[in-house]
Design a protein around this ligand. Sequence first.
Ligand code: PMP
Length: 385
Amino acid sequence: MNHPYSWIEDSLKTLHRANWYRRVKTIQGRGGAVIELEGRSLINFASNDYLGLAADERMIAAAIAATQRYGTGSTGSRLLSGHRDLHRDLELAIASFKNSEDAIVFSSGYLANLGTITCLVGQKDLILGDQYNHSSLKNGAKLSGATVKEYRHNSLEDLENQLLAHRHHYRHCLLLTDTVFSMDGDICPLAGILALAEIYNCMVLVDEAHATGVMGENGTGCVEYCGCQGRELIQMGTLSKALGSLGGYVTGNAKIIDFIRNRAATWIYTTGLSPADTAAARMALEIIRLEPERRQRLHQNINFVKSKLNNLNILPSEAAILCLPVANPGQALELSQKLLEKGIFAPAIRPPTVPTSRLRFTAMATHSLAHLEVLVQSIGESFPT
Ligand code: PMP
């Protein structure tokens, strides 16, 4: 008889054969625009630290001060012994930043999506989600027990056709979409989605993970960027990308947030965010408010790269994520390796993370013009047109 775990080795071999196998890479020291990776100094185009806050001295000082005052861990779930004044202070600051009535912070963005979706819908309900939504939205949908259907990426026509066909069979309906798509960098047609939600009586949860701190006049996200502030919807985001910390948030009206606080298992049954992460995220909001020039610099950097690479098939993007599609996983790995040899860190993104292989570059406010020029030149040499 086979050993009960032997299939795992076979499965790993299959991953290797398909070029789907993943290996962790160790970055030494602080992250940033330039990193030390396995003994090499590389310009980093793989970070979600869009504003360069994760290594900011003020963030570090805030985390240290909170650790000294409150200790290293929250030591309990928020409803038991894990709640501190700094948690609520952060939630109120997020609510004000996002122009929402209230907010709740989770230990990660992934948990925020799982917890929120599973408490909003159940077996009698319908979820309609964009086919390219983040894994946390898709898994939250699965876990909820609702009937889950996907509409074609950013297609309002397909969304409306599916609403017409299915909405009336279900009690509640929840529409799910990333605002900035994490692997393509494009933006959802938010105004159209909200209009359909109104007609078909649906709730809407948008994932602002890659938009928070990046998009909109005040950097509050795509809801602002798309002119949809003040509309009835639920927004989530992460504290771990432009905010340079760790954790996730959900904002909405006070009743919705109160309901989540009472029903979301991934909030109730897990330890509260650590004091250090909470204080760092709070400091990030302050820096974002005081230093809009960081966001302006980020967009200058994005526009510079896009304008220099406009002869390539870069996917259209207004956000800090730029994608260059390639033919297959092997080619993606080969091109990523070529760039590595030229001092650039830009990972190959392959199935099953995405349906088709690509190189993905993320811009940071802290990239210098010289960093961007190296990127553009290296891509030019590696992808002859
Ligand atoms: N949503 C999206 C669109 C994301 O890209 C991510 C992180 N990759 C998450 C949610 C999860 O956020 P976190 O890393 O805070 O768990």
